[in-house]
Every structure is written in C-alpha cells, then in structure tokens.
Design a protein around this ligand. Sequence first.
Ligand code: SF4
Length: 348
Amino acid sequence: MKKRDLRNLGLAELEEFALELGLQRYRGRQLFHWVYGKCVDSLEMMTDLSKESRELLSENACISSLLEIRTQVSSDGTKKILFKLEDSHTVESVLIPDEDRLTLCISTQVGCGMGCTFCLTGKDGLVRNMKSSEIVNQVLLVQKGLQARRGITNIVIMGMGEPLSNYNNVTKAIEILKHPLGPAIGARRITLSTAGLVPGIKKLGECSLNINLAISLNASTDEQRNLIMPINEKYPLKNLLDACRKFPLRKGRMLSFEYVLLEGVNDSPDDARRVSKLLKGLHCKINLIPFNEFPGSTYKRPSDGAVFKFQEILTDHNYSVFIRKSRGRDILAACGQLREKINLPFEQ
Ligand code: SF4
C-alpha cells in the first residue's frame, strides 16, 4: 500500500486516517499539530505517540517536504526561494519584509493557464496544479528558516498560478494555514488574488474561509482587458464586478483591486476615470503596480508622472489608492515575474 503523505491531509482526514489505522480519533488531532504546528519532518519526533503507534505510522505514512534549491536576496531585503517539487518541477515563493510585516507570497500552480500577456509566469502555460501539501510546505519551510522572533505575519496567494482554478487544493491549504493547531495565520492576514474567475469568486464568497480577496483588474474596458487578460472573454468586466459586489465582506474589510500600469496601454487619465466609474459603490482599495519590465517583455513601465496622475484622478474620486513599491526587481521577484524554469538569465 502506498504511504499516505500526512502533509496532504486536513484535520478531518487525519482523524479518519487515525481511525483507519486502528488508533483513536484524537490521535489525528495530535498528528495535525505535529505536522503543521510543530512542523516536524520525522514521525520519530512525535514523542506523545507510543513506539507502537509510531511504527504503525511509519509503515503507512510519510511527511513530504520541498527541496530548497536556491534563495536569492534582493538589495531591498526581498528573498526569492526556488523550490523543487517531487516530480522535479520548480516553483517560487517570495518573502517580503516590511517595517512591521513579513509577507510570504506563495504559488499554487506550476505555470499558469490564464495567459495574461504582461506576465512571465504564464508564458509557457499550465503544467499542473500544486497539491495542498506543496502549497502549505512553502509556508512551513520558509517559516522554519526564519529567526523565531520574526515569523511570517501575512500570506498573499499571488505567486505562480491562478489559485481559483486549483480551488480545492488551495482552500484546503488555507484551512490548514489558518488552524490554531497549525501555523495559525489569521484569515484577515491571508489574501487570495485572482485574475477574475467568476465562479471561483462566488464559491469563495459562500465558503467560511473569510480571507481577503484581491482582483487583478488591469484594464478599464473589455476591449483592453481582452487583450491583456484573455480570461476576460469568458468573464467580462460586468460579470466580474457583479461577482465582486456580491462578495461578502466582514466588518472592517475591503476588496483590493490590483492594476498593473502598462505604458500607452492602460495608463491614461481616461483609463483612470473609467476605472473610477467601474468600481463605483464597491468598498475597495486600489493598488497601482507600475509594470516590472523583464528581458524580452513588449510592455513598458510608465513614467512616474503618468503613475502619479493616475493615482491623483482616482484619489479625487475618493478611492484609497496605493502605488505598490516594486520589491525585488533586481532578482525578478516582483509581480508577474515569477517563472518556474531554472535556466533564466538571472540564475545562470
Ligand atoms: S498574472 Fe497571474 S493569472 Fe495571469 S498569467 Fe500570470 S500568474 Fe497567471
């Protein structure tokens, strides 16, 4: 019988697994705490289980991990970590220190099938969905490598892949990350960013995860968005924004709209005015992201003047608008620059 990977099981599944092995149900809870809370990699370390139970487990279970192949540190302190998965594919996570936060950006797919034209990750399409264990392991491994006094405070699910097209594994991973017996990262400190998969947004709104939602908007008309983000042909702006209007927001929370500014494409004052109309009535903030150029990219980064003008128009319409500092630009760790291949120029 193939050994079960404990890191691929949620709490209820671990309880079931304990019963299957003839152990008591509460042993599943202990396993959960060891595997996700105490983050052990060996069954031998589970000292509150009897020797017999540990032997039984080692015959039937294992604990997966990821192999850290490289960590690059940017001049601004941002770290990009390249992980190798079991089948030799690689994914990246980015750790972003700020004054009072330590944010980890995690990946959910190998490659991405959304085909956004400004994004390096999506260039080669989708390879496969990541398992929940692979999603959670990014957090556990990075956390383990940190000094105890400064742990990860925030998780953004904005790395490689479209999280809502790997819905089951991503939501299972979030359940685990939130759990008090696991990494215990609060729901308000977890943000999922989507390119706009409307059915996924609806489903996420109906479940009980209560995490923050960010939408990658990036255009002010359907025509423009169809060109930049092909997913818009299936779920045009009206459908997307309707789903956003229906998304339940907890007290004190707001939606985030991400807007990558591309010179001469979506960065004009008219675009800003149209965005302001589109988002009317939504309780939201807007993050402007001046495009991060990468080798071979056809788009250009707008001038600072154009970025400030865009911000000013939206601010004048009473939106909270932030210009996102590009972090890790020198190591291609910035938004839209993650790519799984290990033969990129910066890694040679
Ligand atoms: S921007 Fe996000 S959704 Fe679009 S191709 Fe890149 S990784 Fe996929």
